[in-house]
Design a protein around this ligand. Structure first.
Ligand SMILES: Nc1ncnc2c1ncn2[C@@H]1O[C@H](COP(=O)(O)OP(=O)(O)OP(=O)(O)O)[C@@H](O)[C@H]1O
Length: 315
């Protein structure tokens, strides 16, 4: 099946010559959630704005449901719901009017039942007659999502949906997104919160300086780049590593009180059994052991710093 969103060598140079997108190519399958991760200024918003027709690409192309974003703009755009980073709602507007109005803009007939479903799904039903300015920040964000869904898009862009939202509401938002996915909506979200990508996304795309560094299933990314650490707390501290341990990728920490052994989570053999035997032979007595998997955050920081170094090296 063809990808619902196909992006081909998309470039954007802003007036003044700044290259915000340097050739993005990406396929997104129907029904998946993809998180675009990248530091400030990486080009995430520019990518979304270009696909949504807010910004003109300098070159390259993209299709949504087979419709070219430039040649068939209206068809492509009607398949997209956009939840912008900024809360751009009219403060005096009534919540439900935003949905009816947005549907109208896309030339779709008024549909009370649909608006009711969307508002209920986003826990906004009892606020339907409230004015936007009376709502909390988190509620306003939900109105933005509700509004973006009013014309029944198949693809939803969420540009930093939980920026400035407290932890409880953030989890709430994740549940909403998971529910939308279960209804077949394709979701592309940008985020600074790595845990958000980890919790929600099927795939993660890392964007840096207008380029996609990599796109991988979230689990694969963590397995491939993630390392695990075995931290062994010792009964008595060591001054130096004994010779029996010289073959292991091992370090002393906590002033000799802890041995830290790093190993590949996807290797056939972790070497842990051998290490335990060697410790025994060396007469080292253990007090406690713990394992720790590197987080997506650490992987991301590594990837971004590697990406910057490579770019500098080739510049
Ligand atoms: N209209 C514009 N004219 C010139 N430069 C722009 C314009 N809009 C964005 N840029 C620049 O393009 C780069 C990418 O910006 P963009 O907003 O796409 O990044 P981002 O990855 O979304 O960042 P953030 O996470 O901070 O939102 C930035 O360096 C920004 O200053």
């Amino acid at each position: 099946m063809a990808a619902i969103l196909q992006i081909r060598d998309l470039k954007k140079t802003y007036e003044g010559g700044f290259e915000a997108l340097k050739g993005i190519t990406l396929d997104i399958e129907a029904g998946e959630i993809i998180a675009l991760l990248g530091p400030n200024g990486a080009g995430k918003t520019t990518l979304i704005s270009t696909i949504c027709g807010i910004t003109e690409p300098t070159s390259g192309s993209a299709t949504v449901g087979g419709h070219d974003i430039q040649q068939e703009f209206r068809k492509a755009r009607s398949m997209i719901g956009l939840v912008p980073q900024e809360i751009n709602l009219e403060p005096f507007s009534v919540v439900e009017d935003n949905l009816h109005y947005s549907r109208g803009l896309f030339g779709k007939p008024r549909d009370e039942a649909l608006v009711e479903r969307i508002l209920k799904r986003l826990s906004l039903w009892d606020k339907r007659r409230s004015r936007v300015r009376e709502l909390s920040g988190g509620m306003k964000r939900r109105v933005l999502i509700a509004k973006a869904l009013a014309h029944e898009p198949r693809v939803l862009f969420l540009d930093e949906p939980t920026a400035g939202v407290d932890v409880g509401l953030r989890k709430d938002m994740w549940e909403t997104v998971a529910q939308l996915k279960s209804e077949g909506v394709t979701i592309i979200l940008t985020t600074h919160y790595i845990e958000e990508a980890e919790a929600m996304a099927d795939r993660v795309g890392v964007i840096l300086k207008g380029q996609i560094l990599m796109v991988e299933p979230t689990q694969d990314l963590m397995r491939r780049f993630g390392r695990k650490e075995l931290r062994i707390e010792l009964r008595a501290p060591l001054d130096a590593l004994p010779a029996q341990l010289s073959d292991y990728d091992i370090e002393l920490a906590d002033e000799g009180q802890t041995l830290v052994y790093s190993y590949d989570t996807h290797a056939d053999r972790t070497g842990i059994a051998g290490l335990m035997r060697s410790l025994n032979e060396a007469g080292i007595v253990l007090r406690d052991v713990q394992t720790r998997q590197s987080s997506l955050e650490e992987i991301f920081v590594d990837l971004v710093s590697e990406g910057s170094t490579e770019e500098e090296a080739t510049a």
